[in-house]
Design a protein around this ligand. Structure first.
Ligand code: PFF
Length: 461
């Protein structure tokens, strides 16, 4: 039999998994949530959740992958044949995310081009982003992004994914740190003579803001932090099961998991240092309430206000975001590809070709959801969405919490945590957070995830 594909070693695995985890979630979603949810208050809650929930779910996914050597559908079927349905559900998440992730990648690509061609004053206009996405020609950017993803996955685990992550991830870390330091040196005096500095902005970012804090509001912040955590670590969507299945048996998973947590959280924290002080300096605290439009509408304004330097900083920022999105997009396509290869016994190149074709079409349809296929649907969580939001809602707000409830029940109560612990200790290393793991997977994860699920589906609000 052909030898199974694998990462060359611990470093290759950690960089590829961190590449999946670090994405638009870190660079765009995390900073706007911090701004919205009380600065340091959100940070503290998020850090606690990373060390408890994040660690538990990442450990579960990666251990299932390495122990079974299979992707989600077969892996869950191996654990308990009756639970194959959970594998299928898990497979649906990347299959849905893939329809729109390249669309967002395409938007970022567009901004790279804008900053390259020096059109950055136009990008700072209020209507620029909406005009762009509602024009059907925006489809091309998504298609190019999808194609780039497909080429890398086509080249396999070590030659494609690992090689690309080993180049991109160190560059990305370096760029985030560089822009973060630059953001702290900013200074701007608004029309009314008030001077705002980057360091003041850092204070806004780090100091917990308790004004108007009520219990429901506090719960809302916890829920925001929790769904951010899932999205950011790429857990409960089969991706880390697939990546885990490529890890060699001699890799110390304890260390690798800690490193993935540190890189993902570190980049999110630095992205905050890079964005919040900059937005504060040029737009004040009002500018920070931008919400989702932060990346494509508020930031270009900040770059424009920086003057000549803004053109280069803007270019660097969007390049960085494009790289981050690419390594995440690769992991989504890889999870789908690996499941299909196992299910249909097909080889990688043919599988990638067929899937690429399907997803090029899907990317085009979703991208056209803002023009030709425009529609408005009320979602159960109270928001109104277009095609992209519908896919995002089903995968992230509905399926992901549901899958983690079922997965915690399966591992915590049927297969038993010892099954995971054995894998974590199979190299002879100690699993330091073993007790925490058992309590989390048996009791805390199922209960809290049920609450999150009821809340995000609008059943309980
Ligand atoms: N973890 C990625 C981020 O933080 O942007 C996002 C992501 C990647 C979500 C892969 C889903 C996914 F399947």
């Amino acid at each position: 039999m052909k030898e199974k594909s694998s990462f060359s070693g611990q470093l290759g695995f950690v960089l590829a998994a961190a590449g999946s985890a670090v994405g638009v979630g870190n660079l765009w979603r995390f900073p706007y949530l911090v701004a919205k949810d009380g600065g340091g208050l959100f940070l503290i809650i998020y850090l606690v959740l990373v060390l408890t929930f994040g660690f538990t779910l990442l450990t579960t996914d990666i251990s299932i992958g390495r122990k079974t050597g299979q992707s989600s559908i077969k892996a869950y079927a191996t654990m308990r044949p009756k639970w194959k349905f959970l594998g299928v559900l898990t497979f649906v998440v990347p299959a849905l995310i893939m329809t729109y992730y390249a669309v967002i990648g395409g938007w970022i690509l567009k901004y790279v081009v804008v900053y390259l061609t020096g059109d950055f004053a136009r990008a700072a206009e209020d209507t620029y982003f909406t005009e762009f996405i509602t024009n059907p020609s925006s489809v091309w950017f998504g298609l190019i992004f999808m194609l780039a993803t497909a080429v890398i996955v086509y080249n396999g685990v070590e030659g494609g994914i690992e090689r690309c992550s080993k180049i991109i991830m160190p560059m990305l870390l370096f760029m985030v740190a560089g822009i973060a330091v630059f953001a702290l040196t900013l200074k701007y005096s608004g029309g009314n003579g008030v001077v705002r500095t980057g360091l003041q902005g850092l204070k806004v970012y780090l100091v917990p803001d308790f004004t108007g804090l009520t219990i429901p509001r506090f719960l809302q912040i916890i829920l925001d932090a929790m769904s951010q955590l899932f999205f950011s670590l790429s857990v409960s969507m089969g991706i880390m099961i697939t990546y885990g299945s490529y890890v060699k048996k001699d890799v110390n998973l304890n260390r690798a998991i800690s490193q993935i947590e540190i890189v993902d959280t570190g980049v999110a924290l630095l992205a905050g240092v890079m964005i919040i002080p900059a937005v504060f300096v040029f737009s004040g605290t009002e500018g920070m309430a931008a919400g989702p439009s932060l990346m494509f509408v508020s930031l270009p304004k900040v770059f424009f206000a920086m003057g000549a330097a803004g053109k280069y900083i803007g270019l660097l920022f969007f390049l960085l975001a494009a790289f981050a999105a690419l390594t995440s997009c690769i992991s989504v396509l890889e999870a789908i590809t690996a499941n299909c290869m196992e299910m249909f016994h097909t080889e990688r190149k043919k599988t990638t070709l067929v899937l690429s074709l399907i997803y090029l079409i899907a990317t085009a349809v979703i991208a056209l959801g803002y023009s030709i296929f425009y529609l408005e649907v009320s979602l159960p969580n109270g928001s109104t969405g277009q095609l992209l939001d519908i896919m995002d809602y089903i995968s992230n707000s509905f399926l992901m919490p549901f899958i983690s409830i079922l997965s915690a029940i399966l591992v915590g109560w049927l297969v038993k945590p010892q099954w995971i612990i054995d894998e974590m200790e199979s190299t002879g290393d100690r699993f330091y957070r073993k007790k925490l793991y058992v309590i989390m997977i048996k009791y805390v994860v199922p209960v809290v995830m049920v609450i999150l699920f009821l809340q995000s589906t609008g059943i309980w609000s």
